[in-house]
Design a protein around this ligand. Structure first.
Ligand code: GDP
Length: 265
């Protein structure tokens, strides 16, 4: 297997000085001090787990004897999907948004897990299922682009509509470029299906603070005005620096019912 990057490990991050630690564990909070006075902060701190919850979530993502994390199968059609036995989350987003990098970062404590990527143009796009012990499954949905083939659209729509164990959909949006036309189409689809989802801003290490703040505020406003099913707090991640990865693990654990209590502080 691959080596585990130090910042993928919570205990290593906690050794850093406070400001860097906050930037990695709570990247959205890091932006708070740059907000105009009077800005509603509620959306910045809806999900703010304590250390115990972060540690509990990390344990789920670390494989060991008696707890294995496995790639299960790939499917091109719903009848090829594994039985919906566990709570499930899925990750969707435009091609190149950083989805495979993020899934690799989430699973970096289980380096034996092979994250398959099939992004060669024309290559069959598949849903990849990962099983995290007896706790939950995570699905890597194929990246969509403009002019997605019809069979692809049908597969994704069928999955989102029919998958009864699906607890939350993570819609990845590029933190540098913000919401694009295809992202809006994805939002409309999720809204139409009435399923709960959350927006994850990727590659935040590549955006200046000003640009990131602008994109965060714009998307927050968009979510507030135009959506019903979207969680009001955005999740910010960098798969390179592991910013937001620990918090995202914790949110996945939470929405799949694997964190009985999330302390407020
Ligand atoms: P996918 O098509 O959505 O699976 O995207 P990838 O994970 O393959 O990422 C697309 C490109 O963005 C690759 O060149 C990655 O190295 C780069 N990338 C992905 N995530 C990050 C990130 O968090 N930070 C930076 N700087 N680059 C990233």
């Amino acid at each position: 297997g691959r080596a585990i990057p130090p910042l993928a490990v919570l205990s290593q991050v906690l050794r850093l000085e406070r400001s860097r630690r906050t930037a990695i564990v709570f990247p959205l909070q890091k932006l708070e001090r740059y907000l105009a006075p009077g800005t509603d902060m509620a959306r910045f701190r809806l999900f703010q787990p304590g250390l115990a919850a972060l540690q509990r979530a990390e344990a789920l993502f670390r494989s060991d004897r008696g707890h294995s994390i496995d790639y299960v199968s790939s499917a091109v059609r719903m009848d090829h999907a594994p039985p919906p036995a566990l709570p499930e989350v899925c990750f969707i987003g435009r091609s190149n948004v950083g989805k495979s990098s993020l899934i690799r970062a989430l699973f970096s404590l289980a380096p034996e897990v092979e994250i398959r990527v099939s992004k060669t143009p024309g290559h069959t796009k598949k849903m990849n299922f990962f099983k995290v012990g007896k706790y939950f499954t995570l699905v890597d949905m194929p990246g969509y682009g403009y002019r997605a083939p019809q069979d692809f659209v049908e597969m994704v729509e069928a999955y989102l509509q029919e998958r009864h164990n699906l607890k939350r959909t993570f819609l990845l949006v590029d933190g540098v470029v913000g919401l694009q036309k295809t992202d809006h189409i994805a939002v409309e689809m999720l809204e139409e299906f009435g399923i709960p989802y959350v927006i994850v801003l990727t590659k935040i290490d590549r955006a200046s603070r000003g640009l990131l703040l602008k994109n965060v505020l714009e998307i927050q406003e968009f979510v507030k005005e135009n959506t019903q099913g979207c969680f009001p707090q955005l999740f910010l991640v960098s798969s390179v620096k592991f910013s937001g990865v620990h918090l995202l693990r914790c949110f996945v654990a939470h929405v799949t019912g694997n964190l009985p209590t999330v302390e407020a502080h």
